[in-house]
Design a protein around this ligand. Structure first.
Ligand SMILES: [Zn+2]
Length: 419
């Protein structure tokens, strides 16, 4: 557990209006901005960030990577700006809500008597955005200066795949100019005492298998039907699904990120009760950990299709092949700086592969190490869920965590090949 110096009303005996810590008030202000899909109010977010940049006295750069999709970057130049920089990334958008399932308005940032702050984005990831900002504010107030340059980046569109945000921006010359050596991005809450740290992600594969067959009248035993092939394909994928589920449930050290998940998500085919169709299709959502040999895995899929019968083919709507993972070797200078800072705060870390996808995959794909980390322990995982909340004490401790992490990471000494 972290020192409790930042409890409500804490911070050196100062008292705040209504007893609320100003960082908590700022967090609640930000939660009230409706940056929610399908029509996120990105202008409100940009105005908010302009205000912050002015308060922090940091230059802010805005790059419109796609029409209406602006990436903002605040830069705190280091005393050795030729060294590679450190990136603190966060996304400004949030997923939609089903308001009828919420106890409070999802955009009112209601705080209950226990200090739980309810709001869409309270965990994913408006908390982290404000924690970065407040840690920088404190470090500036202390007169501290970074050695390596620090960038705070705010991206749109993460929640709809990042295609018009980070995926495009990593290929932009302005991104290359940032000269990033290491990046932090979002992680997940941990219900226990420990904090979860993500060093890789699973690759999503969205596949449709096409099963053509002989058509005919529904009163006969037609040979070579689409349905027979479809059944075989479904059985293969579902048997594999059971095996993976079993592997997850019988190994103590496995988490969801260590196994392949398989879900049948769409089935198409047929026109009438008495007509045997000429084709039936089935689609699957697969999430494959970086430990799997992707070429071998695709061979397996090809084999299942071949066994299913004549002319069974497949195609991909999405097929990610990047298996870069970020080093968690003790000898790695970034990882060792990160873990040493956490250790100095008596934090326990649990290393995992992220079960879903975040913008970190695009950062890792261009060769930059990225750690997914949202400092939320003692917190149920409620991202994208109804009644998403974060306790204000957990939120405030997170600021102290970054107050330690930023100096640790920006002080990593020059690496081989650096000026
Ligand atoms: Zn997120």
């Amino acid at each position: 557990m972290l020192p409790d110096k930042d409890g409500p009303g804490g911070g050196g005996g100062q008292s705040y209006p209504e007893g609320e810590h100003p960082s908590v008030s700022l967090f609640r202000d930000y939660l009230r901005l409706r940056t929610v899909h399908p029509e996120p109010d990105y202008d409100a977010a940009l105005r908010f960030l302009d205000r912050i940049a002015e308060e922090l006295d940091l230059p802010i750069k805005k790059i419109e990577v796609c029409p209406g999709r602006v990436v903002s970057i605040m830069t705190w130049e280091g005393t050795k700006p030729s060294l590679k920089s450190v990136l603190l990334n966060s996304h400004t958008d949030v997923v939609p809500v089903y308001q009828e399932h919420w106890k409070y308005d999802a955009f009112s940032a209601f705080k209950d008597a226990e200090g739980n702050i309810y709001g869409r984005g309270s965990q994913d990831m408006k908390c982290v955005t404000i924690q970065y900002i407040e840690a920088v504010r404190r470090l500036k107030a202390e007169g501290w200066k970074p050695t390596r340059t620090l960038h705070l980046m705010y991206v749109p569109d993460e929640e709809v795949g990042g295609h018009k945000g980070m995926e495009t921006f990593v290929l932009h010359p302005e991104f290359r100019n940032l000269n990033i050596g290491f990046s932090l991005d979002e992680g997940l809450a941990n219900p226990g005492e420990a904090f979860t740290v993500f060093y890789g992600e699973r690759n999503p594969w969205w596949i449709t298998v096409h099963c053509p067959g002989s058509p005919g009248h529904g009163s006969r035993f037609v040979e070579n039907t689409a349905a027979e092939k479809l059944r075989h394909v479904i059985n293969c994928f579902m048997d594999f699904r059971e095996k993976e589920k079993h592997r997850l449930n019988t190994s103590e050290c496995f988490t969801l990120g260590d196994v392949t998940t398989v879900n049948m998500t769409m089935v198409k085919g047929g026109v009438a009760y008495n007509v045997i169709p000429a084709e039936m299709d089935v689609s699957f959502d697969l999430r494959i950990p970086p430990t799997v040999n992707l070429q071998e895995f695709e061979k397996q899929i090809k084999q299942w299709c071949k066994e299913a019968g004549e002319d069974v083919t497949y195609d991909f709507a999405q097929k990610h092949m990047n298996q870069n993972i970020t080093s968690t070797e003790e000898s790695d200078p970034w990882w060792s700086a990160f873990t040493a800072a956490c250790k100095s705060l008596n934090m326990t870390l649990e290393k995992e592969i992220f079960p879903a996808a975040t913008d970190s995959r695009f950062i890792r794909a261009v060769g930059i190490p990225a750690i997914g980390f949202s400092p939320m322990n003692r917190t149920p995982i409620l991202l994208h869920d109804h009644n998403e909340y974060l306790n204000e004490r957990v939120f405030l401790r997170g600021i102290s965590v970054y107050e330690r992490l930023i100096p640790a990471l920006t002080s990593v000494s020059a690496l081989p090949g650096e000026a």
